[in-house]
Design a protein around this ligand. Structure first.
Ligand code: F6R
Length: 609
């Protein structure tokens, strides 16, 4: 996710900007740049790669000036490149902007500006904002910002510079973070507190729709109609490391709590305004085009593979097309029967996993159509694929994947509905029903996370066990796989997931007194059967923690403990059911004193076979 910094004061801006950006590196980025008002013009220096590359580029020739903005870019529109890096300017160089988020209507705005003679040099949505400032400049910087904000749609935090009024920076936000730091004769802007904490602890958080005009002597906040807003200034009492994690003890926990926002970003622009269709503007498939596809492969590793297992259920149920899910490292060496009549979907958070990448190359070689589902724009897998769908989860830092998984599930669900629409295997009424339910997911994720206190107790009580089992049928089995992986990788408790009906074919021998068994029972069509399997393990004196849907009165009669998730369409339950399992793994790992964000032997991105 992009990082923003801004400085205005009596000191040189560039050293602060570079230092502040380094404190935002944890957000993930692929390019960096700064703009400083130097000798009557705004000088921009930017390049692809790490901050170090930018430092080297300007070493010995640092821009001189006391007003500036800086940006670390995490690509969303346009690949990582020098020209796509921020800051962006209009053609005259008088209006400069940095942006975190997505301008959804940028294409329409860009076409209009091009028709008015504007020339664009980048592939980004952000450049449009700088050109809008130039096109609609009223003679007053602040008024023009307000005018432009009325034209743009989407999510953003934005900081504007104007060479005609270099004594101020103007910033605003909608659904993306922005904080202001207050100093003596200097003021600061940043995406997050770590960037400014070395300079000031006096700060306030911008709210959506607020516009701040920042000078070296003060900050004036108003809404778009000019109504003044008084902000509550507070003293930061965290240290820099804690601040990077937004006050959470670990990145994993932060990322678990980021899931409502992450899924909101994933669905953005993909639910038709009419409420009865799914759209993927990046695919734009037609029914005719899809007619030749008679089989789908989903190929991935680890957590992404588990999202693929859920995807298989969705696609087969809704689009009525056969789906094979493969572990990437197996797929490559099993001589897969795949050709031009197949669509092969590769799921990868990082977009760099070498087994997944190589499997994609092999599928292409055999003539299949390839689609990447990834979180990282410009990653190897996104470049290699014929087409790409991004999950927009924001950077995931913790080794254990959480928000990447839920956003992959959502993409799988949306894709399945989309393919079902093309194949005519779903009614418009059913799509409308699903869309209405999908819109409620962020709020339902929040509600599910409220179970945290109950889960902490279970983690303490059972955290010393050496084995655990996860059972479920249908979609619950797919989620059980992910629950077991989470527990294994960060708490080092041996955990296995089984299709509940499979247990008595051997594994039941391992179920003895006191063994924790987590039973997921969120799928109505297999509910009774799951409860029968639960009773089988209970009869062996296992400790059963049930995951059930609110309103279920049966589960509590059989399980030792029950964690309830909000009621939702069965298809959507995995998006909620996995959350208690993530929290359980996290708190079990804490109980056992494990290094949650960096589990032993594991790496975030696996680029070796
Ligand atoms: C587990 C985890 C891994 C990854 C796997 C694939 O929490 O994160 O299992 O899912 O290494 O990584 P990507 O999705 O980057 O291809």
């Amino acid at each position: 996710m992009c990082g923003i910094v801004g400085y205005i004061g009596n000191n040189q801006a560039a050293p602060f900007l570079l230092d502040g950006m380094s404190k935002l590196e944890y957000r993930g980025y692929d390019s960096a740049g700064i703009a400083v008002y130097e000798k009557n013009h705004i000088r921009i220096d930017k390049c692809v790669g790490r901050l170090e590359a930018l430092r080297q580029k300007i070493a010995g020739n640092l821009p001189e000036g006391t007003v500036g903005i800086g940006h670390t870019r995490w690509a969303t529109h346009g690949r990582p490149s020098d020209v796509n890096a921020h800051p962006h300017a209009d053609s005259s160089g008088q209006f400069v902007v940095v942006h975190n988020g997505i301008i959804e209507n940028y294409m329409a705005l860009k076409e209009d500006l091009i028709s008015k003679g504007h020339k664009f040099i980048s592939e980004t949505d952000t450049e449009v904002v700088a050109h809008l400032m130039a096109e609609y400049f009223t003679g007053n910087f602040e008024d023009t910002v307000k005018k432009v904000l009325k034209m743009i749609e989407g999510s953003y935090s934005l900081v504007f510079m104007c060479a005609k009024e270099p004594d101020k920076l103007i910033c605003t936000k909608k659904s993306n973070p922005l904080v202001i730091g207050l100093g003596n004769g200097e003021n600061f802007i940043a995406s997050d507190i770590p960037a400014i904490i070395s300079k000031t602890r006096k700060t306030f958080i911008m709210s959506d729709g607020e516009i701040a005009t920042v000078t070296k002597d003060g900050v004036w906040v108003q809404d778009i109609d000019g109504t003044p807003i008084s902000k509550k200034v507070f003293e930061v009492n965290w240290n820099a490391e804690a601040a990077e994690k937004g006050g959470f003890e670990h990145f994993m926990l932060k990322e678990i709590y980021e899931q409502p926002k992450a899924v909101r970003e994933t669905m953005r622009g993909r639910l038709a305004k009419t409420g009865d269709a799914i759209e993927f503007s990046e695919l734009n498939w037609t029914a005719e085009e899809f007619k030749d596809i008679n089989k789908i492969f989903i190929v991935a590793c680890g957590t992404a593979y588990h999202a693929g297992v859920v995807g298989k259920y969705y696609l087969e149920k809704m689009a009525r097309i056969p789906v094979e899910v493969d572990i990437a490292s197996e797929f490559r060496y099993r001589e897969p029967i795949i050709d031009g009549s197949c669509l092969a979907i590769f799921v990868s958070q990082s977009g760099e996993t070498s087994d997944t990448l190589e499997a994609m190359k092999e599928s292409k070689r055999l003539g299949a159509r390839t689609l990447a589902v990834t979180n990282v724009v410009g990653s190897s897998i996104s470049r290699e694929a014929d087409q790409v769908v991004y999950t927009y989860a924001g950077p995931e830092i913790a080794v254990a994947s959480t928000k990447a998984y839920t956003t992959q599930l959502l993409v799988m669900l949306l894709l399945s509905i989309y393919v079902a629409q093309l194949r005519g295997t779903i009614t418009q009424e059913r799509v409308a029903e699903l869309v209405a339910n999908i819109k409620e997911i962020p709020e339902k994720i929040n509600r599910t996370l409220e179970n945290v206190e109950q889960i902490k107790v279970f983690a303490k009580r059972y955290g010393s066990c050496e084995d655990a089992f996860f059972l479920g049928r249908s979609l619950d089995y797919a989620v059980a796989l992910e629950g077991a992986l989470k527990l294994k990788e960060i708490s080092y408790i041996h955990a296995e997931a089984y299709a509940a009906g499979e247990l008595k074919h051997g594994t039941l021998a391992l179920i003895t007194e006191g063994v924790p068994v987590i039973v997921l029972a969120t799928q109505p069509h297999v509910y009774e059967k799951t409860i029968s399997n639960l009773r089988e393990v209970k009869a062996r004196e296992a400790i059963v923690i049930g995951i059930a849907v609110e309103g279920d009165t049966e589960m509590a009669k059989h399980a030792d403990h029950v964690i309830y998730i909000p009621h939702a369409d069965g298809e959507l339950a995995p998006l909620m059911a996995v959350l208690p399992l993530q929290l359980l793994a996290y708190y079990a790992a804490l109980t056992r004193g494990c290094d949650v964000d960096k589990p032993r032997n594991l790496a975030k991105s696996v680029t070796v076979e």
